[in-house]
Design a protein around this ligand. Structure first.
Ligand SMILES: [Zn+2]
Length: 470
């Protein structure tokens, strides 16, 4: 039976925390701006993607059917720049980092979303949108590039609450957009330049501007109006403001009903971004052997709208928390196998309080900090009962089933059967040691021993990996 709650989200457009009511009963349509695939994504990008993961998992837990789109920007200035630098085609570069992105997603246990449309595969939809905007008189052309004239869209600025008269001076101007009539206008279609990918289409030979794809692809997969749009907070202006302008000017109806934005991950006091050079990529983190569950826990430990600071210490602390939970789960599993029936204590109130607080946290604007707090408060209260052997097998099962429910959202806990035992860990280490000393006979023997325990090893360039034989 689905768990029901009134859900509240902080909506950037209205500036208020609003009750969530979808357009269609029990259905939610979500669009999330995805990665631009020109390099490995940094952990700051993944704060936003983990937030989005919690959003979709929570909606499902509360009984909604979710249709979720996350685009892949696979044609863009940075992709063209880096492909040129490397001497490869933009397709090759984009494919490499698209694959890397999905590998990072798997590492951090993000649920696959329903659609991951690529910009290059939706050129027709984008061209149709540009044609609509041309027909509506919203555009002008300079040297083959087509611009959106924002003075024609009276609601421009409603999301970011930006003061348009003051933005003029401070706005970053792309070098190839100097011909705009107004510096605030943005490009819909970029005229062909030598050496750049292009499409020869009715609006001209060229390629799409970045903002265009999200408006075109969301309309295709979710309709002209949909429920929730997410993104990192730096996308509010100009990207999301431009998406609103394109979609609402083209279709004449509300684009998005709830706008949710995730705050930055900071490194000391600066925002983590490529240009600042303080980058920790998920790809590199994975290579250090960090526990992905600890990274997930860390990213969930603070409400998505509040700043979060990355440090090695914070990841270590998250690792300890995750270990604590894993040990708790393991001990409960052991007790659940026993025949211990006589109850000396009651735990119903502890379990139901945890359950209620956990769900209340999620329902209140996805407050994962509160939900995690509820779980660890229960651990704190139940642990002494495990120590004093006061827990019955049925009570252990009750706690396990609650943990499993919370883990549908958090996903920071492995089933005890899947947890690598210390014995296996030691065997893998011993084999590594044997290989280092070129004692291959011993290494092979240890490999066979692991195989007999159902553990298959794989030697990769990044080191040894293991998985359980099916
Ligand atoms: Zn977007």
């Amino acid at each position: 039976m689905a768990i029901r709650r009134k859900l509240f989200f902080t909506d950037t457009l209205s500036g208020n925390k609003r009750e969530f009511v979808p357009m269609e009963k029990d259905q939610v349509k979500i669009y999330s701006c995805g990665p631009t695939v020109y390099d490995y994504a940094h952990i700051g990008n993944f704060r936003n993607f983990v937030f989005v993961d919690v959003l979709r998992r929570s909606l499902k837990l509360f009984g909604y059917v979710v249709t979720h789109v996350m685009n892949i920007t696979d044609v863009d200035d940075k992709i063209i720049r880096d492909a040129k630098k490397e001497g490869v085609s933009t397709d090759v570069l984009a494919k490499r980092y698209t694959d890397a992105f999905f590998e990072d997603c798997r590492f951090l246990r993000l649920e696959p979303v329903e659609y991951n449309p690529k910009a290059t595969e939706h050129i027709n939809e984008m061209v149709d949108l540009v044609k609509r905007l041309i027909d509506a008189g919203m555009t002008y052309e300079v040297d083959g590039s087509i611009y959106f004239r924002i003075s024609k869209f009276k609601d421009y600025g409603k999301l970011s609450k930006i003061d348009l008269d003051r933005t003029q001076a401070g706005l970053r101007i792309d070098s190839d957009e100097y011909d705009k009539e107004d510096v605030r206008d943005f490009v819909l279609w970029k005229a062909y330049k030598e050496g750049e990918p292009f499409w020869d289409v009715p609006v001209g030979k060229g390629r799409p501007g970045w903002h265009l794809e999200c408006s075109a692809m969301s309309a295709k997969y979710l309709g002209r109006t949909f429920d929730i749009h997410t993104g990192a907070e730096d996308l509010i202006f100009p990207h999301h403001e431009n998406e609103i302008a394109q979609s609402e000017a083209a279709f004449g109806q509300t684009f998005v009903r709830y706008w949710l934005h995730c705050a930055f991950l900071n490194m000391k006091t600066q925002k983590m971004s490529k240009s600042l050079g303080n980058i920790v990529t998920v790809h590199n983190l994975a290579k250090t052997g960090v526990n992905p569950l600890a990274v997930r826990y860390f990213l969930l430990s603070v409400h998505y709208r509040k700043p979060l600071i990355f440090s090695d210490e914070a990841i270590d602390a998250a690792g300890s928390a995750v270990d604590r939970l894993r040990n708790f789960y393991r001990r409960l599993s052991e007790i659940s196998q026993l025949e211990n029936k006589s109850a000396n204590v009651q735990i119903t109130s502890i379990v139901s309080k945890c359950r209620e607080d956990f769900l209340d946290g999620l329902a209140d604007d996805l407050n994962t900090a509160k939900s995690l707090g509820a779980v660890f408060e229960m651990v704190r209260q139940v642990n002494p009962l495990i120590e004093s052997q006061d827990l019955t097998s049925d009570q252990a099962k009750e706690v396990i089933s609650l943990l499993q429910m919370t883990n549908k959202i958090l996903d920071i806990l492995d089933d005890p059967q899947d947890v690598i035992s210390e014995e296996i860990e030691t065997l893998i280490e011993k084999r590594q040691e044997a290989r280092k000393q070129k004692n291959f006979a011993m290494a092979d023997k240890l490999r066979d021993e692991l195989l007999s325990k159902g553990v298959v090893l794989e030697d990769t360039r990044e080191g040894v990996r293991w998985y359980r034989k099916q």
